[in-house]
Design a protein around this ligand. Structure first.
Ligand SMILES: [Cu+2]
Length: 115
């Protein structure tokens, strides 16, 4: 009986040791990143990189003109008066092209990876 009890305890301990370190990195990876895109002087500042589904994009209009950040696929569309900002949450993977509805020459693109 004794060897069985020892074997059980050993495997339970091993399982606990394996599970604990694995749980930490996965919960850290799930944390959304906040990316900021500034609109100023009639352009979108450089596109965010390393964007993943669930991340937040903060669109900041520092210009003296009203601008929108509008996805070509309509997955987001924010309309910002000068000095205003808004947040959108990234919902799908792939290439996202965006532009300003008032100034179609203002364009940008970002690549979204899976979570
Ligand atoms: Cu604009």
């Amino acid at each position: 009986m004794a060897p069985l009890g020892v074997a059980f305890r050993t495997s339970a301990l091993t399982a606990a040791m394996l599970l604990t370190p694995l749980a930490l990195p996965s919960s850290a990876a799930a944390k959304p990143t906040v990316h900021t895109v500034v609109m100023d002087k009639m352009v979108f500042a450089k596109a965010p990189t390393g964007v993943r589904v669930g991340d937040v994009i903060v669109w900041v209009n520092k210009d003296i003109f009203q601008h929108t950040a509008t996805a070509r696929d309509r997955s987001f569309d924010v309309d910002l008066a000068p000095g205003k900002s808004a947040r959108t949450v990234v919902r799908k993977t792939g290439l996202v092209n965006y532009y300003c509805r008032y100034h179609p020459g203002m364009t940008g693109r970002m690549v979204v990876a899976a979570k």
